[in-house]
Design a protein around this ligand. Structure first.
Ligand SMILES: NC(=O)c1ccc[n+]([C@@H]2O[C@H](COP(=O)([O-])OP(=O)(O)OC[C@H]3O[C@@H](n4cnc5c(N)ncnc54)[C@H](O)[C@@H]3O)[C@@H](O)[C@H]2O)c1
Length: 318
């Protein structure tokens, strides 16, 4: 029997912790046609999630990601009740190990034997979170980028304690929801994408603090230059293309020494109070009087527009 034929049918998804990330996951999973069972201890939790899903729905419709006429959401006052019916559970509770362990202790006895539980954790290590489980074999990492209903990437990671096939189930589930998955084969703090982000931000801070360019211009140097290319291909493929058809090996030969010189002069700043103040002053200039909602609105509209354009190009390219 092939792996795909062995895939359990997922009808209900449990969402445990429904703040910034959990509410966005709820919108995506509901639009994908699943029944969603939500638990969040906040008294405002249900209203926040319903409001978030209502706001996200038109964006998901624009992207052709809504497969049902309306979201099927149920809210529970205990985490165990919210996972009972679920074949897949996404946990997005606060990023603190004792909080994660306590929620795993509460949900584990209520889970169906075939259920897969994924954590959204950004920085905690899976091997530390596994200590909260009597049997961690169906617990994995599925790390999104905020907001998960719009940004395609999900980083998947299990280890030697993970049962065979569990990552395949998660991959099929997320890809069925329109996400792009990667496998993280070895655990490192920050997984892959946050480390790459952190590497770029470290040098961006260094350039600002050395007076090489303003906060606004360093940001422009990313979004108007390499950032645009990175949204369609990664750095290795782009550098391979930059060799004019001779491949990444030729690129390494031609430009390796230049990169070594740049790397040797890069900074290793710490995020001190002085850095925080300098960045805040730079952002205040870059905002040009616009408020949070208008800047966040511009970001989301451009992300949705870019995703729509990519969908059209993919279709045209077949
Ligand atoms: N915010 C991001 O950009 C981002 C991106 C990727 C992953 N993550 C990860 O997602 C997880 C959640 O982060 P967030 O930004 O949504 O945080 P958040 O503070 O916005 O939401 C956390 C939610 O968990 C609820 N909560 C608190 N204690 C709980 C408990 N004991 N049981 C269940 N729910 C509880 C809170 O009421 C809140 O609604 C973290 O592990 C974080 O690292 C965050």
């Amino acid at each position: 029997m092939s792996k795909l034929q062995e895939m359990p049918k997922i009808e209900t998804v449990g969402v445990i912790g429904a703040g910034t990330i959990g509410a966005s996951w709820t919108a995506l999973f509901a639009a994908s046609g699943y029944s969603i069972d939500v638990y969040d201890p906040s008294p405002e939790g249900e209203a926040y999630v319903r409001d978030y899903v209502e706001t996200a729905w038109p964006s998901l419709e624009k992207l052709g990601m809504v497969k049902v006429s309306e979201p099927d959401l149920s809210f529970f006052t205990s985490p165990a009740d919210a996972v009972k019916r679920a074949q897949f559970v996404q946990e997005s509770v606060p990023e603190q190990l004792p909080v994660k362990h306590e929620i795993y202790r509460q949900i584990e006895p209520a889970l169906a034997p075939e259920a897969v539980v994924a954590t959204s954790a950004s920085g905690l290590l899976v091997r530390d979170m596994q200590k909260g489980w009597a049997d961690p074999s169906r617990f994995i990492l599925a790390h999104p980028f905020n907001p998960p209903h719009l940004i395609p990437l999900v980083e998947l990671l299990g280890n030697e304690q993970t049962a065979d096939g569990v990552l395949d189930i998660a991959q099929a589930f997320f890809e069925g929801c329109g996400k792009v998955t990667i496998r993280v084969n070895k655990e490192v703090p920050g997984h892959v994408s946050n480390r790459l982000q952190a590497a770029l931000w470290r040098e961006a801070i260094h350039l600002v603090m050395e007076g090489v360019a303003s906060v606004e211009d360093v940001d422009k140097a990313v979004w108007a230059g390499p950032g645009l290319r990175w949204s369609v291909m990664g750095p290795h493929m782009l550098f391979s293309l930059a060799s004019g058809g001779h491949g990444i090996g030729t690129f390494c030969e031609r430009y390796g020494d230049s990169f070594h010189t740049w790397w040797d002069t890069m900074g290793t700043p710490k995020i001190t109070e002085e850095v925080g103040e300098a960045l805040a002053a730079g952002i205040a200039d870059a905002e040009k009087g616009r408020d949070f909602a208008s800047i966040a609105g511009e970001r989301d509209a451009k992300i949705i527009g870019a995703l729509q354009a990519f969908q059209k190009v993919d279709k045209d390219l077949g």
